[in-house]
Ligand binder design. Sequence first.
Ligand SMILES: C[S@@+](CC[C@H](N)C(=O)[O-])C[C@H]1O[C@@H](n2cnc3c(N)ncnc32)[C@H](O)[C@@H]1O
Length: 224
Amino acid sequence: VSITTRTTATAPDDNPVEVMRFGFLEIRYNREVLRPRPWTVAQSEWAADLLGRLPAGPVLELCAGVGHIGMLAVADRPRDLVLVDADPVACAFASHNAGAAGLGARVQLRCGPVEEVIDPAERFALVIADPPWVPSDETDRHSDDPTLAIDGGEDGLEVARLCLAVAAAHLVDGGSLLMQLGDSDQASVIVAGVGSAPDLRLEQAGMRAYDGGVVLHLVRAVTP
Ligand SMILES: C[S@@+](CC[C@H](N)C(=O)[O-])C[C@H]1O[C@@H](n2cnc3c(N)ncnc32)[C@H](O)[C@@H]1O
């Protein structure tokens, strides 16, 4: 696993390590990071399905946490994967998890804010984004979850908008963005923003609702 850090790396050993099966992967994490949510296997499966027909190119996962969603998406696909997260503990677990899954040679880790760690020239066929989406004044309802993992700012969509901007800047023509959000109302706000910013060259291709959240599918139009 190649690792780039903008923040000090932290060994993930201050809290007991927990292990979870996510699809066919064994994922390690601890209580300093968001516990992997079983429903998000569906986001990985949707991503893997898209990867069978998307243009050539690697996969980028923004707000990857311990890396399980992106890793399950590419495990059976011949694609490289770049994982981005600002939390050094999440990055340390993602590094371990990629190695344990046998994906070390195909996974790069960028530990830092989404808007700072992607080179302007990099292009991706698929961007997976799992930003925090809880409005700041509601985070105290989720006291067991780390604030960085759930706090989406005033309307819950501040990091989602950053992810959208990164995806718009780095998707190939014909590429896809699969973004996790809290509910269809949040998805509608993002879709309306995309509709009023034609320079992003993104349009909605679908949305699926699950117990626990929604996944919005946006596509980058192919230049005629
Ligand atoms: C909702 S959690 C998702 C984690 C994992 N993908 C999952 O589904 O379990 C959001 C993640 O985004 C990271 N994060 C929050 N703000 C960020 C930012 N500006 N840049 C990069 N990562 C960020 C947090 O550290 C956290 O791991």
